[in-house]
Design a protein around this ligand. Structure first.
Ligand SMILES: C[S@@+](CC[C@H](N)C(=O)[O-])C[C@H]1O[C@@H](n2cnc3c(N)ncnc32)[C@H](O)[C@@H]1O
Length: 195
């Protein structure tokens, strides 16, 4: 009898711990889903080149890509402009892919990938911020850009403007299937429209 009760106790504890672990995993996935402000679509290579060119990067500067996907903008920036690059990515799978890609290029000393939410990130070390999100996401992000970014920081956004900000420059870029996309360049504080 005592042995049977012990076995029952062990079974209940195992089920309890297993569901606690599964529940924890599910919550993390739900938060990845809930706070995800843009789907994963990569910037085409020639658009990346143009974005980085418009950002006027100088060696030693720091670039942040908010929602870095597979890390392609960070890798191009580190290789071509010898800058430090930080990518924030909410998807665990994409963040791991970006880490692998950085390793493949031997850029671990220059590029850091953070698995996290860019809305919860201190952006103050950035000299340049790159975005490929959506207009509504840019609008949600704008208070953080205004709070954290230092004067002269450049923000380059592919395809979507930052509502309420005035671009310093806007340049057309040929996208997939012959569709033309716009790349917007902003600079703090000149682009911040005073109310
Ligand atoms: C359109 S993709 C751009 C990928 C990459 N920057 C590029 O240009 O190739 C947008 C990325 O933002 C990520 N993302 C969306 N919301 C996020 C958030 N709150 N924090 C961090 N990453 C986020 C998505 O997972 C996706 O990888």
């Amino acid at each position: 009898m005592r042995f049977r009760m012990l076995r029952f106790g062990i079974l209940i504890s195992t089920v309890f711990f297993a569901s606690a672990i599964a529940g924890f995993g599910q919550r993390r996935n739900l938060s990845e889903f809930k706070n995800n402000l843009a789907p994963f679509v990569t910037s085409p290579g020639h658009a990346v080149d143009k974005m980085l060119n418009m950002a006027n990067l100088k060696p030693g500067e720091t670039l942040y890509d908010l929602g870095c996907g597979d890390g392609r903008i960070l890798i191009a920036a580190a290789e071509k402009y010898r800058v430090k690059a930080v990518g924030i990515e909410i998807s665990e799978h994409l963040a791991k892919t970006a880490v692998d890609n950085v390793k493949k290029h031997g850029l671990e000393d220059q590029v850091k990938i953070v698995h996290g939410d860019f809305m919860q990130t201190d952006l103050s070390p950035a000299d340049v911020v790159t975005l490929y999100l959506a207009t509504a996401a840019n609008e949600s992000l704008r208070p953080n850009l205004e709070r954290y970014l230092r004067p002269n920081t450049r923000v380059v956004s592919y395809d979507y403007p930052i509502p309420g900000w005035k671009p310093m420059d806007a340049s057309a870029s040929e996208g997939r299937h012959g569709v033309t996309h716009t790349i917007y360049l902003y600079q703090v504080p000149n682009s911040i429209v005073k109310k």
